[in-house]
Design a protein. Structure first.
Length: 436
């Protein structure tokens, strides 16, 4: 293998960046380093087949977790990554990189902006910084910390998540967490369960908007408090949240082990209650999705099949305030995500053809239905269908399109490559209107 990273100012590198060819840029950088696909896979925790799918565009270049990990391993500068993803224009300054460190001939503003940071600004930076500060030093609760007041706050926060109001949710989290911490001073099992749930909500929201460093903190704390509670269901919820963070770090195998371990503990309860059965089905879905993202086809299909069987005993409607609102329809939606994650776009579209918004109780889930279908359509190269699905998602939950980094990438690709398509122009207009 070579000791020096690629010359990012070379004609070939600039041509790939100008074309927005993410897979081509990764393939070129890998070859310049003298790496095989299996070498890049080992360095980042992915299979060689997953590397191949992204490089050859058989896999949609919208998996920002995978792209970010590949970019770090291949020493792709932040400016070049942002430019090829169409977050910024092509780099203006010459970039020279030596393996193990990044140096620039002169400071470029793009270096201070990763694609995920740029997308995370869907929530004002002052709000995000305030939450970061509260995670470092929790404030005092603004009112008497009773169980009742904690649950009122939690349900309000959950409702904000369900409608995609991420800014207000980030503002609400510091006091919610402070109240939860005040309650656990008595050391009661239920208090630990409730605080872990608060941190799980924070992790899910932070990961959705691309704030992964903060999400790791909240996931770690949730794991601690769920362990203290002794509840297998609380531990499973924490494991699911933790797996999201692990997956974003490129540690798909570890994420699978964490969720499988938690699923085993839930299964050991006998699954005699609806909550236990729903939690078990959810954990199987999570393992399946994580395996698909890591390119582990056999495990992904095995687990989603098991989840479908587990969901057969669950009702079509679930209690909104249950930890996991799992239904046969929600498992079918996970199957859509598993299949497009494996590169089976046609199968993903087929799996989702009978799903409809009325099957999902919250705006966030209805929006997710449409964004997952958009991913599958985009993977198939269907422009009109992709734009229509994203417009439908925007109608249900604008934040699912506006705030999620992966969706912003698809919107950017659509508007650049197909600016004359009527549905694409409409999509670009509504997204710009919301972010202006």
């Amino acid at each position: 293998m070579r000791t020096h990273a690629p010359n990012w100012d070379s004609p070939r590198a600039r041509a790939l960046i100008q074309a927005g060819d993410v897979g081509g840029l990764i393939r070129w950088a890998r070859n310049e380093l003298g790496w095989r696909q299996v070498d890049l896979g080992k360095a980042t925790g992915y299979s060689a087949s997953a590397v191949s799918r992204l490089e050859t565009a058989d896999r949609s270049a919208t998996d920002l977790d995978m792209i970010r990990n590949f970019a770090q391993a291949l020493f792709i500068p932040a400016g070049a990554l942002a430019a090829v993803l169409r977050v910024t224009s092509a780099p203006r300054t010459k970039v020279a990189v030596v393996v193990g460190r990044h140096t620039e001939a002169e400071e470029d503003p793009m270096r201070r902006r990763s694609v995920l940071q740029a997308a995370g600004l869907a929530v004002p930076l002052t709000v995000l910084n305030g939450l970061d500060e509260s995670l470092a030093l929790l404030p005092s609760p603004t009112s008497t910390p009773t169980t009742a007041s904690l649950m009122v706050q939690f349900r309000r926060a959950r409702a904000l998540f369900d409608v995609g109001d991420h800014e207000q949710l980030m503002l609400a989290l510091p006091n919610l967490l402070a109240t939860g911490h005040a309650r656990v001073e008595d050391g009661e099992t239920g208090d630990y369960v409730r605080l872990a749930a608060c941190y799980d909500l924070a992790t899910e929201a932070l990961a959705k908007i691309g704030r992964y460093s903060a999400a790791k903190i909240t996931a770690d704390r949730s794991t601690i408090f769920s362990d203290l509670s002794g509840s297998p269901l609380a531990a499973a919820a924490s494991a699911r949240a933790f797996s999201i963070v692990l997956r974003h770090e490129g540690r798909g195998s570890t994420a699978q082990r964490v969720t499988l371990h938690a699923a085993g503990k839930v299964e050991a309860t006998g699954l005699s209650t609806r909550a236990q059965a729903a939690t078990f089905a959810q954990m199987l879905c999570t393992v399946a999705y994580t395996a698909a993202q890591a390119g582990d086809r056999d495990r992904a299909l095995e687990m989603i099949g098991a989840a479908e069987r587990a969901a057969k005993i669950l009702p079509d409607r679930s209690d909104r305030w249950q930890t996991f609102s799992v239904t046969p329809a929600s498992v079918a939606l996970y199957k859509v995500g598993v299949l497009w994650g494996l590169g089976d776009a046609g199968a993903a579209v087929h799996a989702g053809k009978d799903l409809h918004p009325a099957q999902f109780p919250t705006a966030e889930r209805r929006g997710r239905l449409h964004t997952d279908m958009a991913r599958a359509w985009w993977q198939r190269g269907k422009v009109e269908e992709t734009a229509a699905a994203l417009l439908a998602a925007h109608r249900e939950a604008p934040a699912e399109v506006r705030d999620r980094p992966s969706m912003r990438v698809i919107v950017a690709e659509l508007t650049e490559r197909h600016p004359r398509a009527a549905s694409v122009r409409q999509l670009g207009a509504v997204v710009r209107a919301r972010t202006a």
